[in-house]
Design a protein around this ligand. Structure first.
Ligand SMILES: [Zn+2]
Length: 171
């Protein structure tokens, strides 16, 4: 039952990814927040739209729903995202107290440009934040989700987070 629902809500997240792709300044990462079996918030990446490098799909959704509810707690909410949440979004989920994270394409399915260079895995973050009770499930509609992103072997455009000239020297 939970699996069938996961497919249904990931399909809704894919719709958001499509909307992000078609929106100038948006990007093809989609997210829906679900509570008691119903979508309560939908979002996509609005980074360029808002000139905000933190406006990932999950961040936009969390901010939108918290503001609407005048609350900092999203307890009981499941976050569905077409791409494995990055470190920032995982931490935001922890701060918001969400109960479950479900994602489609995993970090290893896509180009490294989508993730911070020194990556902590989503599950590591949760473990290290002592939230072992937060359920994480990946690979839902993986093929459909992965089709939105550059492949690991593709050449990715430069962006500030991946500019090697700005990396701190290790010497
Ligand atoms: Zn993110």
């Amino acid at each position: 039952m939970k699996d069938a629902k996961d497919l249904e809500f990931m399909a809704a997240a894919l719709e958001q990814a499509r909307a992000g792709q078609e929106t100038p300044g948006g990007a093809q990462v989609g997210c829906v927040l679900v509570e008691n079996g119903a979508v309560v918030c939908s979002s996509f990446n609005e980074g360029d739209l808002q000139c905000d490098p933190t406006a990932h799909a999950e961040m936009v959704g969390i901010r939108r729903l918290c503001k609407e509810r005048k609350s900092t707690s999203l307890k009981g909410i499941t976050v569905y995202c077409t791409l494995q949440p990055c470190g920032m979004c995982t931490m935001a989920c922890l701060w918001a107290g969400v109960s479950r994270i479900v994602y489609g394409a995993a970090r290893n399915d896509v180009n490294s440009v989508y993730f911070e260079s020194r990556h902590f895995d989503t599950a590591d973050f949760i473990h290290q934040a002592f939230r072992d009770d937060l359920d994480v499930k990946g690979g839902v509609l993986s093929k459909e989700c992965t089709s939105f992103y550059l492949k690991p072997e593709d050449t990715a455009p430069n962006d500030p987070a991946h500019d090697v000239t700005s990396s701190p020297s290790l010497s």
